[in-house]
Design a protein around this ligand. Structure first.
Ligand code: PXP
Length: 257
């Protein structure tokens, strides 16, 4: 494929970027105590009312946060669309085909990792991924691949038959200094331009927060971001005053104060 045909972002008129909210960490808090609360579905509905354009959940093989039942309830309750992140395994493909979310994002998964480290190596497993994509698409699911911002991975994604990729922004988010940040940002810019030029819809996500999101939004081929941890972490603080005062009020009411 000719990489010289890359279009620059400068001559494009930008459209608003959609925000997908990843609610996994609401389930992480629930699973930490084995309680019924906090409910990620309830959280998803609040996020939608606040403007979320989609809800992302990662059903991991070890079920460390999102459970099968959450997927089922999400599918019945979410009004925008569910984006199911999953590993490329037989178990997950069968679950996705049965649940039929609007979107599936295929991600790499290692049991010992804290979060999804690095993108899917599509190049080294084109046949396996292509077969999964064919089966998911046949079930009416739009499929994306979570990949590092590398032109060779984008080309491999096209070979697998997907129309969407999500570029991993983790290296950008973790970059320690200005020059490293600019280097990573440039890799994402080049990959986004190249991906668009070969007909892919470009999403991005991982490690994005209130301080680093703007330069990513400035990359016009990117039409959707998936953000989780930073939004849930911010909500802990923004909701803290009310959470404490509600508890205090309940206790005082019971004693007649
Ligand atoms: N996109 C993908 C494919 C992910 O795996 C994750 C993390 O689960 C995210 C986006 C969201 O990352 P973060 O929680 O760091 O915002």
């Amino acid at each position: 494929m000719n990489r010289k045909t890359i279009r620059t972002t400068a001559n494009k008129s930008p459209c608003p970027v959609r925000l997908g909210i990843n609610v996994d960490h609401v389930a992480t808090v629930r699973q930490a105590r084995g309680t019924k609360y906090p409910d990620p579905v309830e959280w998803a509905l609040i996020a939608e009312r606040a403007g979320a354009d989609s809800i992302t959940i990662h059903l991991r093989e070890d079920r460390r946060h999102i459970q099968d039942r959450d997927l089922d309830l999400m599918q019945r309750s979410v009004k925008t669309r569910v984006n199911l992140e999953m590993a490329v395994t037989e178990e997950m493909i069968e679950i996705a085909i049965a649940a039929q979310p609007v979107d599936c994002c295929l991600v790499p998964e290692k049991r010992e990792e804290l979060t999804t480290e690095g993108g899917l190596d599509v190049l080294s497993q084109i046949e396996k991924i292509r077969e999964a994509v064919v089966r998911l698409k046949a079930a009416g699911i739009r499929v994306s691949l979570f990949i590092d911002p590398q032109p060779s991975q984008l080309e491999a994604a096209v070979s697998c038959g997907v129309g969407v990729v999500e570029l991993h922004t983790g290296a950008y988010a973790d970059a320690p200094d200005k020059s490293e940040i600019e280097r990573e940002l440039n890799r994402i810019r080049v990959a986004a331009d190249f991906g668009e030029s070969i007909g892919l819809t470009i999403h991005a996500g991982h490690g994005l927060n209130y301080h680093n999101v703007k330069p990513i939004v400035a990359i016009t081929p990117i039409v959707e971001l998936n953000i989780g941890h930073a939004i849930i972490a911010r909500a802990l603080f923004d909701g803290l005053s009310k959470s404490v005062s509600d508890m205090k009020k309940l206790m005082q009411e019971e004693r007649g104060f």
